[in-house]
Design a protein around this ligand. Structure first.
Ligand code: ZN
Length: 297
C-alpha cells in the first residue's frame, strides 16, 4: 500500500515538472489582453505582457528586451484596430516566428467620431473594443481558438476555462446594465481625457465627451478644450473623470473652469497593478461602473 502511494506521488511530481517545462510561451501586447490570456490559458500558458499596468499602448516604445521576449514566443496576442502601431517593426526586428493573433477579429468596429474634433492622426477606427463586454467574450473565444490550435493537447482545458470565464463575463454585463439603469437618464453624461469609452457608450447608453481623440498620440488643442468647457456649462454635464493612463492636468483645468466635479480615476486602456483597484478586466469594469454610478447618481 505504502509502496503504491509513493509510486503515485512520484508520478504526480514527474508529470507536474514536465508540465512546467512545456508551458506555451505567449506575449500579450497590453495588460488587459494579458489578463484574458491568463484566464483562458491557466497554468498551461506563460504570458509576458509588453505594456504593463498603467502603461499607454498608443504611445509605447519597445525596448531591446521586448524584441528578445518576442523571439521566444510561440503566440503574440494583440488587440488590432490600429492600437499597436509599433508592433510590425518589433516583430520584424526580433526575427520572431511567432503567430500574431488579433483578438478583436470579428468585432464590429466603431469609426472615429467625425463631429469636427477628429485630430487627423490617421486612426480612423476606435480600438477600445474591450469596453463592451460582448466584445470581451469575442476576444476570449479568439484566444481559446488560438491556444487550442497551438497546443491541441490542451484544447479541452482551454474550452472548459473559457466557458467558465464567459459565464463571469455574462454576469458582469448584467451588473453593468442594472447599475447604469439606476442613473437618471439626463445625468448619463461623462467627460474623460481621451475617447476610450465609445464601445461602452454604445453598449450601455452612457454618453462620453473627450478633448483628445481615440488615441493619446495627439495633444488636445486649446480649441478642443474651450469647446468642451462650453459644452459642460451648456449641458450641465455632472462629472469629469481622469484616466489611469492620462495626464491629469488637462481634466483638472476643465473641472476648475466648470461646475463639473472630478469623479474617481477610471481605467480605460490598462489595468492597475495587483495592489490597485483594477488588477483584472472583471475588476476594472466593476471599478469603472462604481466610479460612474457614484459620481452621476
Ligand atoms: Zn486609448
Amino acid at each position: 500500500m505504502l509502496k503504491h502511494l509513493t509510486l503515485c506521488f512520484a508520478l504526480v511530481v514527474t508529470s507536474t515538472m514536465a508540465h512546467a517545462q512545456s508551458k506555451l510561451e505567449t506575449i500579450a501586447s497590453m495588460s488587459i489582453i494579458g489578463d484574458f490570456v491568463r484566464q483562458i490559458g491557466g497554468e498551461r500558458v506563460q504570458v509576458t505582457t509588453l505594456v504593463g499596468a498603467g502603461g499607454d499602448t498608443h504611445t509605447f516604445q519597445p525596448a531591446p528586451q521586448d524584441a528578445r521576449r518576442m523571439a521566444q514566443a510561440k503566440l503574440v496576442f494583440i488587440n488590432g484596430l490600429g492600437l499597436e502601431g509599433w508592433l510590425p517593426r518589433l516583430v520584424q526586428s526580433s526575427g520572431s516566428k511567432a503567430k500574431v493573433v488579433t483578438v478583436s477579429t470579428g468585432v464590429k468596429a466603431i469609426r472615429e467620431a467625425s463631429d469636427g474634433h477628429s485630430h487627423g492622426h490617421g486612426h480612423d477606427l476606435d480600438p477600445h473594443a474591450w469596453q463592451d463586454v460582448a466584445n470581451a467574450k469575442l476576444y476570449a473565444r479568439n484566444i481559446r481558438d488560438a491556444l487550442s490550435a497551438a497546443d491541441p493537447e490542451g484544447a479541452s482545458f482551454y474550452t472548459a476555462r473559457s466557458e467558465a470565464y464567459m459565464a463571469e463575463l455574462d454576469q458582469l454585463d448584467r451588473e453593468i446594465k442594472q447599475g447604469l439603469a439606476q442613473i437618471p437618464p439626463e445625468r448619463r453624461r461623462v467627460i474623460t481625457s481621451h475617447d476610450a469609452f465609445g464601445y461602452f457608450a454604445k453598449a450601455y447608453g452612457l454618453s462620453f465627451v473627450a478633448p483628445q481623440g481615440v488615441s493619446t498620440e495627439a495633444e488636445a488643442s486649446s480649441r478642443d478644450v474651450a469647446r468642451i468647457i462650453r459644452q459642460i456649462r451648456a449641458e450641465k454635464i455632472p462629472a469629469v473623470f481622469l484616466e489611469n493612463i492620462a495626464d491629469p492636468r488637462l481634466m483638472t483645468q476643465i473641472a476648475r473652469e466648470t461646475d463639473a466635479k472630478i469623479g474617481p480615476r477610471v481605467y480605460s486602456d490598462s489595468l492597475s497593478d495587483s495592489s490597485g483597484p483594477a488588477p483584472t478586466y472583471l475588476d476594472m469594469m466593476r471599478h469603472n461602473l462604481r466610479a460612474f454610478s457614484e459620481a452621476l447618481r
